[in-house]
Ligand binder design. Sequence first.
Ligand code: SIN
Length: 307
Amino acid sequence: MITHPTGGFDNAAKDYRNIEAIPLAAAMGAEIRGVQVNDISDETFAEVEQALFRHKMIFFRDQDITHGDQEAFASRFGPFAEDAYTKGVEGHENVQPVIRQADASDAMIFGSGWHTDSPFLSHPPAISLLYGVDIPPYGGDTQWANSALAYATLSDKMKSIVDGLNVHMSMKNVLATAQQTMKPDDSALGRLAATKDAGPLSEEMARKVIGSYHPLVRTHPKSGERSLYCDRTYAVGFEGMNQEESYPILNFLAEHITQPAFTCRLRWQPGTLTIWDNRLCVHQAFNDYEGFRREMYRCTIAGESPR
Ligand code: SIN
């Protein structure tokens, strides 16, 4: 019989002076109203940042912004992150297109599978911003899961086990799937596919496959909140454990973090801008809008070495 975690849910909005936060689900997520992100004071920005850390993912509707506006707003969160997959658009190297054409039918899409952004890097991105331009009439939603709530609801005994572990994050499963299922082209996944039969991996690609070890339980540098840094896509084992020992724990954690009660799901509209904190949540895109085009633009903000 399945039991449900109780007691840890607290996604209520705080009172702010300049913004209004409308919670999206019990576990996480909030719409922020009263803001045009291309015209925002320092005081309002500080409230937006507080709301981001509290709700893990926030979104703004009806934002009419250019690539330059998105880049300028994103840069208020900190320096841009290393770009692990995508290339920026012309003139805005930190605004990465995430576009799927209506006639695409690949089994894999960018952002599919529960993940935190590029955790195989030694300094993974802290924050991601995704802006919707062309949105399918249905499908193409994004889902997030609250990995701080997931840590908080573990038993004390389980916390004492996971507290001491370092998780191995690697790009190897994504690379293998792209090589098996995608056609080589200039898209983010197409560039991975192109490495098949192309001889030894470049030094840069090999570095992402070798990946990084990070604390499985990390502490947010600004809010002090602890969260599980683990996902279904990039977490491949634990330091000092063999595969047979690691996999049951990885499986348990991946299921635990992404249980439906810990999630929220966003229906995009043209002009929606989302921001999420990769240190506090995982997310996934869906491959469910074949026949329709989806055009998004993403910025990622540099993070610290997790601790
Ligand atoms: C991503 O994983 O950054 C992309 C998510 C999406 O396209 O919905």
